[in-house]
Design a protein around this ligand. Structure first.
Ligand code: F6R
Ligand code: MG
Ligand code: MG
Length: 365
C-alpha cells in the first residue's frame, strides 16, 4: 500500500497587511481536516503557516491529484476565507480565483506539492514552506541537495546516491517540461535553472530506480490569473536518508541566503532567510523572504513530528548574513538589481509610465 503526502497552500487572509495568517483560519482548517480524518479520507494532517500563507500538510491513500483531497483543501480555504472576510483580514480569499471547485486545485490559485511512495522501514521527510518569493527560489537549494557534492557528501561516498538524480524542469512561461540527468547534464541543467523566474524544478527522482525524492509547487499565480492577484509562495517536499540526501544535507543549502524575487510587492530581490516557524513572519519592507523547514517521520501514513529544523543556532549566522544582505539590497531603493527588471514585476506601473511618456520620446541623432 502506498502513502501520499499532499501539501496544499493558499493565502486567504492575514494580519496586519500581508503579514501573518490569523490563528482562526488555521483553527478552521484544522476542524475541517479533522473531520476528514475521522471519516477516513485523510490518514493524518498538520496545519501551519509561513507568513500570510496557510499550509495544509496531509497524508492519505488516495494518490496524487485526487479530486476528493483537492476538494477538501479547496473547501478548507473557502471556509477560512469566510472567517477572513468577517474579521476583515487583509487579502481575504486572495488566492482563491474561483468560488466553485472543478475537480483539481491546480489553476485555481492555491499551490500544491504532492508525492506518492511505498514507505521504507523509516521514512524521514522535510517540508519546506516559503513566503514572499516564487517557486524558482527552490532551484538553487534543490539542485545543491541532489547534484552538488560540496553540499551532499553522500553523492561522493554513498553508493546508493552515487548514480545521481533526474530533475524534471518546468518552463512556466511556455508550459512545457524537460527531464535532465545529473551529474551528466549538470552544466546544461544549470543553464536553465539559473533563470529562476522561468525554469523551475518540479520533481527529482533517483536514477537507480526512479524513486521519488522531491516535489515542488510550481504554480505561478500571477500568470494564472493574467493579472497580479498575489504571490506564488512555494512549498516543497523532500525525502531524506538511506539512499536520499541525509536530513542535514537536505537543509544545508539554506545556510546560504541566496537572492530571490518576490520581496515587497512581488517586485524586489532579497535574501531567502531560513527561520523557525515562529519567525516566519516577514515584517521589514514586507520581508525579507523567508523559508521554514518542518521535519517529519512518516509511519504507516501518519505524520510523526514536526521538528522545526531551522530553529537551530547553527543557522544564526545565515540569518545575520541575510539581514546584512537585506540592508545592502534595501539601499538600492527603486534601482535594479533590488527592484526586479520591468518584465518580471508583478505590478505594472512601469508600462503605465511608458504609455504616458510615449509621445514625448524623440529619436537620438
Ligand atoms: C504580498 C506582498 C506584499 C504586497 C504589498 C502591497 O504577498 O508581498 O509586499 O505586495 O504589501 O500590497 P497591496 O497592494 O495589497 O496593498
Ligand atoms: Mg497576502
Ligand atoms: Mg505569502
Amino acid at each position: 500500500m502506498k502513502t501520499t503526502i499532499s501539501v496544499i497552500k493558499a493565502d486567504v487572509g492575514s494580519i496586519a497587511g500581508h503579514g501573518l495568517a490569523h490563528p482562526a483560519l488555521l483553527a478552521k482548517c484544522e476542524e475541517i481536516l479533522g473531520k476528514a480524518k475521522e471519516e477516513g479520507l485523510l490518514e493524518d494532517f498538520y496545519v501551519t503557516n509561513c507568513g500570510d500563507d496557510t499550509e495544509l500538510i496531509m497524508t492519505h491513500r488516495q494518490g496524487e491529484e485526487n479530486e476528493e483531497i483537492h476538494g477538501l483543501a479547496f473547501n478548507a480555504f473557502t471556509e477560512a476565507t469566510a472567517i477572513a472576510k468577517e474579521l476583515k483580514l487583509y487579502g481575504a480569499g486572495q488566492d482563491l480565483l474561483s468560488d466553485t471547485f472543478s475537480g483539481n486545485i491546480r489553476g485555481m490559485g492555491p499551490g500544491a506539492a504532492e508525492m506518492e511512495f511505498k514507505e521504507r522501514p523509516s521514512d524521514p521527510v522535510v517540508i519546506f514552506c516559503c513566503d514572499k518569493t516564487e517557486p524558482g527560489a527552490f532551484n538553487m537549494p534543490i539542485f545543491k541537495m541532489f547534484a552538488d557534492p560540496f553540499t551532499t557528501a553522500g553523492l561522493v561516498i554513498d553508493p546508493s546516491l552515487h548514480n545521481g538524480f533526474e530533475f524534471e524542469i518546468f518552463d512556466v512561461m511556455e508550459h512545457r517540461k524537460v527531464k535532465m540527468s545529473c551529474p551528466e547534464e549538470m552544466y546544461d541543467a544549470l543553464a536553465l535553472l539559473g533563470s529562476i523566474s522561468r525554469y523551475v524544478i518540479k520533481r527529482v527522482t533517483r536514477k537507480d530506480d526512479g524513486e521519488i525524492a522531491a516535489s515542488i509547487s510550481t504554480e505561478r499565480l500571477n500568470l494564472l490569473a493574467g493579472q497580479y492577484v498575489g504571490k506564488d509562495d512555494p512549498v516543497a517536499i523532500v525525502r531524506s536518508q538511506s539512499g536520499f540526501p541525509a536530513a542535514g544535507e537536505v537543509v544545508e543549502p539554506f545556510a546560504f541566503p541566496h537572492l530571490v524575487g518576490g520581496w515587497m510587492r512581488g517586485s524586489h530581490n532579497g535574501p531567502l532567510m531560513p527561520v523557525a516557524q515562529k519567525n516566519a513572519y516577514p515584517v521589514r519592507f514586507d520581508g525579507p523572504p523567508r523559508v521554514m523547514a518542518l521535519g517529519f517521520q512518516i509511519a504507516d501514513c501518519k505524520l510523526v513530528g514536526p521538528a522545526d529544523m531551522f530553529d537551530d543556532p547553527a543557522y544564526d549566522r545565515s540569518r545575520e548574513l541575510a539581514s546584512e544582505v537585506a540592508e545592502y539590497m534595501r539601499r538600492h531603493g527603486p534601482f535594479e538589481p533590488h527592484r526586479l527588471p520591468a518584465d518580471e514585476m508583478e505590478y505594472t506601473s512601469l508600462p503605465g509610465v511608458m504609455e504616458k511618456l510615449e509621445g514625448r520620446f524623440e529619436d537620438i541623432d
